[in-house]
Design a protein. Structure first.
Lengths: 703, 209
């Protein structure tokens, strides 16, 4: 028992150490005695706590360390690279605009580091220190980064202008590489993009720290706050950037475009167009009311069409928003596969987190405010005119029913009056309704397009800050995808290879020595069937239907047919060495006959047997193979055997026997001549067992 | 992951529907300006959709398929672990049988049974040890392979999105130039919308019934 337990405990330890987070592997290795499990749980909890503390410390240290590196790089860029670039001949145009706002950003970073350097990350109070530092610098940080990001577009534009001239660009690259040889930079923007990256990373760094902090920690609430503030900051900075872009564009001259044409829409032009539309509708629908009022019909027709457009748009936008929400609800990036800190993985997580936390939510918010809500209101307002138009039609029918009477009664006059009022009202106000509604619709669509563009711009900027980090990002698209699919294939093959090994090993069947009855069965079956048709039962089967067999586990059978008469492939027809019938195919496994380890060979038996006999009969005959120091072995009957003729002798399992000859008269080693209980006869050789002799010498009680 | 891409595709298709329905509305027929801009919107949406489709396809190949493959290994591994467990049970059972016989009186039949039990035990023990060793070797290998395995997937995921959003930016910038009113801030837009809505509300035909 002890021996077995030790193996499994060792296995648990090894697996526990190597595979902390993978649940699927843990379940099978912890099935030992109850107290083991409890001990493991407590140890596990402690370990998890320690792990979290460790990870928290790592996260904090990463924040501080990366901040330091970041500042160092910025300094390198703004001092060394800048001065070297200034020396380039011919002098680079507008060089100063590249470095316009970098100083403020560096100042903030410096101040942050000074505050952080007042404590040690391993110090328990450091977390509060960190939070306070962020909170105190928050406004300045936002201001500095805001300006920097708003101006970053100019920086990239400027760099592109340098790229236009080959010679100039070569110089620039040379300067960059010479000034920062230990960094793999190939352009000024490698450094200049860092603030863009950094501000987006604060929320994620803070959240990682938060993830590993115990909620009971005194600094936890402050940490939560700061993380949220960091996200907010990013939203505001992006908004500001957009605001600035708009302000800048205003200064450009406008060209006559579609939007100008829209601005020229007014009631009059709409009325003209609706008249045309009215004609079109009449042709289409064939409705010709008795009192034909063309102007009205035109207006009403336009309204209908407008209504339909608005309704469709409203529904489609709702649909769109619904899918957007579903999209945001899936958070595959949060599944922690414990994949460590590979650049690709970390970048992916950070990017997706950023997208989900503020870029997409901002987009959604704006779509709702600028597209969905106005559409809702507009759609509601359609009800009024629609009802009135219907009422007018009803009144019209009443009016027509009055006919061309002269001298109408009071009620009849009221009816006529009602119709005329409604008609007049609609004719007066519908044009304006149509026109304004159309303009509104227009604005909404324009806004939608603009929002999509902003979404793309924000995301593009986010990605730009990561392209430097990914090893393959500089490859051309086609080259990249080639590499990607090749890499995927390779990995797949490797996985297969690992997996194959496991499969092969684990499917190798156990080779058990066969009992004599099984051996005989095997012989019988082999006479009638070929070796690859021999199968072994892996479990007991009890026959339930007609022609089903009841067999024991381990019995050998030969396969006759892989399905029954009805074509069911789960019932196989087998030959059980006599009876034939069906067994479930799931309980059968191919029996591989292996010539395996040496069973007690007759030779050996003979030698020992003779020796055993020798001990009694001091025969001077010495046999050549009995030169070794003889271990004490004894031959016993392994199984019961009933003599079927007078040449054979009955055996009872466990009896000691003396082997006289290990073969029969014809030299067949399957049979041995033995003496037992004073009688002699032949028994099957494989019914004999050689065992260490702990029993007293052959004067056993059985004799 | 799969749900994410499905929602993404659905979003894109919804956007296309927006423009398609508008384009088919007769409003377009009577105003050239409207028609032009609706066509522009529609083209933009369709192009975006095709880019989205491309992106999804690439993700399918380089991320989702490898993911599926990797997770298909788990059931088999589980099976293997279970079989080892079974073997362990057999081993324990036979072991206890052997020990039982060892403790009994050393009589002839008992000796024989003991011997037989030992013989039965041996292959099972070997098998268990082999399985155990295999698993101990292979499982860590498998677990460690995951980093390298997924590395290209992550990069591909990012790259596909980069391409998509770059195109999206270009397309929608052009479109906005064409159909959007003079660049306004969000507050300005909201105010304009409110103004128009109020104009409409002022009409008596829109009054609440």
């Amino acid at each position: 028992h002890v021996h077995v337990l030790r193996i499994t405990v060792a296995a648990t330890e090894v697996t526990g150490r190597d595979m902390e987070d993978v649940d699927v592997l843990e379940e099978d290795t912890e099935k030992e005695a109850g107290e083991e499990v409890v001990k493991d749980e407590e140890a596990g909890k402690r370990a998890a706590g320690e792990l979290a503390t460790q990870r928290k410390l790592l996260a904090i240290e990463e924040l501080v360390l990366t901040e330091r590196n970041y500042l160092r790089h910025l300094r390198l860029c703004s001092v060394t690279i800048r001065s070297n670039l200034q020396k380039v001949q011919p002098p680079l145009a507008n060089l100063d605009t590249m470095f316009l706002h970098i100083q403020e950003v560096m100042d903030v970073s410096e101040r942050l580091l000074t505050l952080l350097d007042r404590g040690q990350p391993s110090n328990p109070g450091f977390l509060s220190l960190l939070c306070d530092a962020f909170l105190s610098l928050r406004t300045d940080m936002e201001a500095a980064y805001r300006e920097y990001l708003a101006g970053y577009g100019n920086v990239t534009a400027l760099e592109n202008s340098y790229k236009q001239k080959e010679a100039v660009w070569q110089e620039v690259v040379k300067v960059v590489k010479a000034s920062a040889p230990e960094v793999n930079a190939s352009s000024p923007t490698f450094f200049l993009v860092m603030p863009v990256q950094r501000i987006a990373r604060y929320p994620l760094l803070l959240q990682t720290i938060q993830k590993h902090t115990d909620p009971r920690d005194p600094a936890y609430l402050a940490l939560e706050d700061v993380a949220r503030i960091a996200v907010d900051m990013n939203c505001k900075i992006n908004e500001y950037k957009r605001f600035r872009e708009v302000a800048d564009k205003y200064k450009k001259t406008e060209t006559l475009s579609i939007r100008d044409k829209i601005n020229r829409l007014n009631g009059h032009s709409i009325a003209k167009k609706t008249a045309r539309l009215g004609q079109f509708l009449k042709h289409e629908t064939g409705i010709v009311p008795k009192v034909i009022d063309e102007e009205f019909d035109a207006l009403a027709g336009f309204f209908c069409v407008l209504e339909r457009g608005i309704t469709d748009l409203h529904e489609n936008v709702e649909n769109f928003l619904g899918h957007l929400q579903a999209f945001l609800a899936c958070r595959p990036e949060e599944r922690d596969l414990d994949l460590g800190s590979d650049r690709g993985v970390v970048s992916y997580r950070e990017i997706t987190a950023a997208l989900k936390q503020w870029i997409y939510p901002t987009f959604e918010r704006r779509v709702r405010t600028l597209v969905h809500r106005p559409l809702c209101s507009l759609r509601e307002m359609l009800a009024g005119p629609r009802n009135l138009i219907r009422k007018r039609l009803d009144k019209l029918l009443d009016y027509e029913a009055l006919g061309e009477k002269s001298g109408l009664s009071y009620e009849e006059q009221a009816v006529a009056g009602a119709y005329r009022t409604i008609n007049a009202l609609l004719v007066a106000e519908l044009p304006q309704f149509n026109g304004t509604a159309l303009q509104l619709l227009w604005g909404i669509l324009g806004a939608f397009s603009c929002l999509q563009r902003d979404l793309a711009a924000d995301t593009e900027q986010l990605f730009a800050s990561y392209t430097h980090e990914l090893p393959h990002s500089l490859l051309e698209p086609s080259a990249f995808w080639e590499w990607a699919s090749a890499a995927v294939c390779e990995e797949a093959k490797r996985l297969d290879a690992i997996f194959q090994n496991v499969q092969e090993e684990l499917n190798a069947p156990i080779v058990q020595p066969l009992s004599p009855s099984s051996q005989r069965r095997l012989q019988v079956l082999m006479e009638r069937h070929s070796p690859e048709k021999i199968y072994q039962l892996t479990r007991h089967v009890v026959g339930s239907r007609e022609l089903d067999l009841t067999l024991q586990r381990g019995e050998l059978v030969a396969l006759v047919s892989e399905m029954d008469t009805r074509g069911d492939r789960r019932r196989w027809l087998v030959d059980a060495g006599g009876p034939r019938g069906y067994v479930p195919s799931s309980k059968l496994v191919r029996y591989r006959q292996v010539t395996k380890e040496v069973p007690p060979s007759p030779h050996f038996t003979t030698a020992v047997g003779r020796e055993a006999i020798r001990r009694h009969s001091y025969s001077p005959e010495s046999h050549p193979f009995v030169t070794m120091a003889m271990p004490c072995f004894q031959v016993f009957a392994g199984y019961d055997f009933t003599a079927r003729s007078h040449h054979e002798v009955t055996l009872r399992s466990g009896e000691p026997v003396k082997v006289l000859e290990p073969h029969d008269k014809r030299g067949n080693r399957d049979w041995s001549l033995v003496e037992v209980r004073g009688r002699r006869g032949y028994v099957p050789s494989n019914y004999l067992a050689v065992l260490p002799s702990v029993v007293a010498p052959p004067t056993a009680p059985f004799c | 992951m799969k749900k994410s891409t499905e929602a993404d595709t659905a979003m894109s298709k919804a956007a296309v529907k927006i423009s398609a329905d508008l384009l088919s509305n007769p409003l377009c027929e009577q105003d050239q300006a409207f028609l032009d801009s609706m066509t522009a919107l529609d083209t933009a949406m369709r192009r975006m959709d095709s880019f989205n489709q491309e992106k999804v396809n690439q993700i399918q190949k380089t991320v989702i398929d490898p993911l599926k493959k990797y997770s298909s290994v788990f059931p088999s591994l589980n099976m293997a672990v279970k079989r080892r467990e079974q073997t362990l049970q057999d081993y324990k059972r036979l072991q206890s049988k052997v020990e039982k016989y060892e403790e009994k009186e050393k009589t002839g039949p008992n000796m024989v049974k003991l011997h037989q039990a030992r013989e039965e035990l041996r292959p099972v023990k070997d098998d268990f040890e082999a399985k155990n060793k295999q698993l101990l070797e292979e499982m860590p290998k498998f677990y460690n392979s995951r980093i390298d395995y997924f590395q290209p997937s992550f990069e591909a995921l990012i790259r596909a999105q980069v391409v998509y959003f770059t195109e999206m930016h270009k397309i929608f910038s052009e479109l906005t130039e064409q159909i959007d009113q003079a660049n306004l801030t969000d507050e300005q837009r909201e105010r304009e919308n409110e103004a128009k809505l109020n104009e409409l509300r002022a009409l008596s035909i829109v009054a609440d019934d």
